[in-house]
Ligand binder design. Structure first.
Ligand SMILES: Nc1nc2c(c(=O)[nH]1)N[C@@H](CN(C=O)c1ccc(C(=O)N[C@@H](CCC(=O)O)C(=O)O)cc1)CN2
Length: 305
């Protein structure tokens, strides 16, 4: 391996420390405690894990955590009524609806019901528009985490060639906007891109967010490039044996074939322990930012784009 292993877990801990420092300042100098409300509809096992982690880390940095767990068959009207209530609650500075939602709920309608000033996911259409036009916005957590790791690794990103693989609203598109904001030359590639390997091969920065296990191979990568792996894919791992119920054990892999890419790249994030922990750290950062904006208090530096 020649590449630096970019340790998102360690970096996320430093972000949480900065958040905690600002929470203390808000409490001591302004008598304000930032509050984050997380809404989970249904019992998706992965979502339950993420929501639990969000609540725990929110409390650890000194903020108030409000968890709302709703039945899988919750109606759209009831969910919208809860969002209305959270929008008008002054103790709630950030609101997050955990995705994916059950199929009967209209995701866009639900997200756009959140007060944009409390939209700590940065998914509201107003925040999408503000980010796209280079104005102050709430920035989606996963792309913000990737940007922080890239700046830490490379310093200035100006003039670099970046390829984002994936065009989702929550990662690919905002990631491209953030890289453009840092003066990269940006290409958005996706599953239909022709000769993806050749497109990736010209990039100084590769962000893989396509949802295909270990798709990006070492021989696609320009020597010395920085590779950020957003993928979280659970695959069978027969080499680990079987569970008590006879099913094959599994393991997590990213969208990047770590071993072959690490032999060529300058730096690469692992899965787990790369981008994932940054997502929750940036959620906490966004909540402090939203709280400061709501109370017209100076925002912390280095915690947003
Ligand atoms: N409303 C939102 N929903 C979802 C988002 C989001 O940003 N906002 N992102 C993902 C899930 N997610 C947070 O919600 C998330 C995913 C992964 C991790 C993480 O730390 N992963 C670990 C591995 C965890 C494991 O063992 O399974 C890692 O990569 O090291 C945190 C948060 C979809 N929904």
């Amino acid at each position: 391996m020649t590449a630096t292993r970019i340790d998102g877990k360690a970096f996320a801990a430093t972000v949480r420390e900065k958040v905690a420092t600002h929470v203390t300042r808000l409490k001591e100098s302004h008598s304000i405690t930032p509050g984050l409300a997380v809404v989970l509809v249904g019992e998706d096992p992965a979502s339950q894990v993420y929501v639990r982690a969000k609540g725990k880390q929110t409390v650890e940095v000194g903020m108030n955590s409000f968890e709302h767990k709703l039945e899988a068959d919750t109606s759209q009207a009831d969910l919208l009524a809860l969002i209305d209530q959270l929008n008008s609650d002054p103790s709630v500075h950030g609101i997050l609806v955990q995705l994916p939602l059950p199929a009967h709920l209209d995701e866009a309608l639900v997200i756009n019901a959140i007060d944009p000033a409390k939209d700590v996911d940065g998914f509201h259409i107003s925040n999408v528009g503000l980010l796209g036009t280079g104005q102050k916005s709430m920035v989606p957590c996963t792309p913000l985490g990737c940007l922080m790791l890239l700046r830490d690794q490379l310093g200035s990103l100006s003039g670099k060639s970046a390829v984002v693989i994936g065009r989702s609203n929550i990662v690919g598109k905002p990631m491209a906007q953030l890289l453009l904001g840092d003066s990269c030359t940006v290409t958005i590639a996706h599953s239909r891109t022709q000769d993806l390997a050749a497109v990736v091969a010209q990039a100084d920065i590769v962000v893989a967010a396509v949802g295909r296990p270990e798709m990006v191979k070492g021989d696609w990568i320009k020597p010395g490039a920085t590779v950020i792996d957003v993928g979280i894919n659970r695959i069978d791992a027969p080499e680990r044996g079987t569970n008590e119920d006879g099913t094959t054990k599994t393991r997590l892999v990213g969208d990047v074939d770590f071993a072959s890419v690490a032999a060529v790249a300058g730096g690469v994030t692992p899965v787990p322990g790369g981008v994932g922990p940054m997502t929750i750290a940036c959620l906490l950062a966004n909540t402090v930012t939203a709280c400061c904006r709501a109370h017209d208090v100076a925002e912390p530096e280095g915690l947003t784009a």
